[in-house]
Write a protein that binds this ligand. Structure first.
Ligand SMILES: [Zn+2]
Length: 486
């Protein structure tokens, strides 16, 4: 590894950028909080998926793919899941309904994040498959005096941990003042949080720990602590997630893990991505600006979505706008030509540019890495093969062409290079649609658009600023281009 530029990461725990030193360079370990599978993942959920995928790719590049373990969990036991299952399948027994909701949502999540070019994590543990580990951890916490049983619940005793609040930088007094007025009567301290709670009849339930007779289920925070320990050990290198998880979720994960195993830290580096807004406003269902990844992928390729996300540094808040997506698409369209010249992939032995790697090593500075990609693209367009190879390998380090490589989404130029016959048919259909629209035959135009959509092709109409004509470009969506029989 080049000693001159160590990997620097901003650590929420210490509030500064620090050189990254893994506990064991032969096994670099990272945990990122995954989805609770009850609904389509929204664009805010896509941010950690994309950001930590770039970090995963960078760590693999620096330490070797076989020396990095990335764990991202699936939360498949949660009150929100129960509520959604009861609402969607009122006639089914609750547990059957829950299985339907979680299986379908998990599949959808996997499809969505694959379309965004995210590599699958090394391990993707499910909470319901780690109940024993959670019970063991809860018992250890009760045994060593950091948790207590009350009314069939097990609660973490927050005042038993003197430096609780270090990650979020809050004092206990501050947090208690902010705690809700209504505190469950069985809590000794308003800040104490649930490790285990009793289940009602018909709800998912498991035998309870610590001699509790009623069956119950785990609290959310204990899931991550137990799964992280199982797959990464009592201490590991990096823990990531959205900034909204710092308090209370990550604070509580730390409290559980450190008190159960008597360790100085849970993870040594805590990384958090910033908030996401939509068109300058907070995303919410009530504002009607709630965007799911699934919705976005109907209109934009996964690569456009990913690129648009990476144009903003991960710690900055991001404003998700249509204008930004359009700019991202235009850039990728321009780059499609270089990509096609490289044969649509990354060849054996092609290495990313040092400038791009150095940009990423500086706390994942993706905007700078993209600026360097632009410079390389300029050289590559001049026809220099070495630059094109560096460009392709650098783009892949950002996960940008992985989509195309796996046939998931590609620009028109790449399809022209790899399947000219199909590209020709698509071009003729696009022209026929433009003609129909010019002749005000919108019905026919829409029919052709639907036909193209069925083939996995997305159209983009824009106005030529000089002539005022509508110009239509196209690209292959994440599902890939398909021949459709007429
Ligand atoms: Zn978590």
């Amino acid at each position: 590894m080049a000693e001159a530029h160590p990997l620097m990461l901003y650590n929420t725990l210490t509030r500064r950028k620090e050189p990254f030193e893994p506990l064991d360079p032969a096994n670099v370990r990272m945990y990122v909080c995954g989805p609770t599978v009850y609904d389509y993942a929204h664009i805010g959920n896509a941010r950690p998926v994309i950001v930590f995928d770039v970090l995963f790719r960078l760590l693999r590049h620096l330490y070797g793919a076989e020396h990095v373990t990335y764990v991202r969990n699936i939360t498949d036991v949660d009150d929100k899941i129960n509520a959604r299952a009861a609402e969607e399948y009122p006639d089914l027994p609750l547990n059957e309904a829950i299985a339907k909701v979680t299986t379908a949502t998990e599949q959808q999540f996997h499809d969505d994040v694959a379309a965004l070019g995210a590599l699958p994590p090394t391990v993707e543990p499910r909470a319901t498959q780690h109940i024993n580990e959670m019970r063991r951890m809860i018992k250890a916490l009760v045994d060593n005096g950091h948790a207590y049983v009350a009314e069939d619940h097990v609660l973490f005793d927050v005042p038993s941990m003197p430096d609780y609040g270090r990650l979020s930088n809050r004092s206990l007094e501050e947090m208690e003042a902010g705690a809700r007025v209504e505190v469950a009567p069985y809590k000794r301290d308003p800040m104490d949080f649930v490790l285990w709670k009793p289940s009602k009849e018909g709800e998912p339930s498991w035998p309870s720990p610590c001699g509790i007779k009623t069956r119950g289920r785990p609290g959310w925070h204990i899931e991550c602590s137990a799964m992280a320990e199982k797959h990464l050990g009592e201490m590991f290198d990096i823990h990531g997630g959205g900034i909204d998880l710092v308090f209370p979720h990550h604070e509580n994960e730390i409290a559980q893990s450190r008190c159960a195993y008597d360790t100085p830290v849970m993870a040594r580096y805590w990384l958090h991505n910033g908030f996401l807004q939509v068109e300058g406003e907070k995303m919410s269902k009530s504002l009607g600006n709630f965007i799911t990844i699934h919705d976005l992928l109907q209109e934009w390729s996964g690569e456009v979505v990913r690129f648009n996300m990476l144009r903003t540094h991960y710690r900055q808040p991001i404003d998700w706008t249509r204008k930004g997506l359009e700019e991202s698409r235009a850039t990728l369209e321009r780059w499609g030509e270089i990509y096609a010249n490289c044969g649509g992939g990354v060849g054996e032995g092609w290495l990313p540019s040092v400038d791009v790697v150095d940009a990423l090593k500086d706390d994942l500075n993706t905007p700078l890495a993209i600026a360097k990609l632009h410079e390389l693209a300029k050289e590559a367009k001049g026809g220099a093969a070495a630059f094109a190879e560096q460009w392709a390998a650098s783009a892949e380090l950002l996960g940008l062409n992985a989509n195309r490589w796996h046939g998931r989404s590609m620009s028109a130029a790449v399809l022209e290079a790899t399947d000219p016959d199909l590209a020709h048919r698509i071009r003729r259909l696009v022209e026929a649609r433009s003609k129909a629209r010019k002749a005000k035959d919108f019905k026919k135009g829409d029919r052709i658009r639907d036909e193209l959509a069925a083939m996995g092709i997305a159209l983009n109409d824009s106005k030529d600023p000089e002539t005022g004509d509508i110009v239509t470009t196209w690209e292959v969506l994440s599902s890939g281009a398909k021949e459709v029989a007429r």
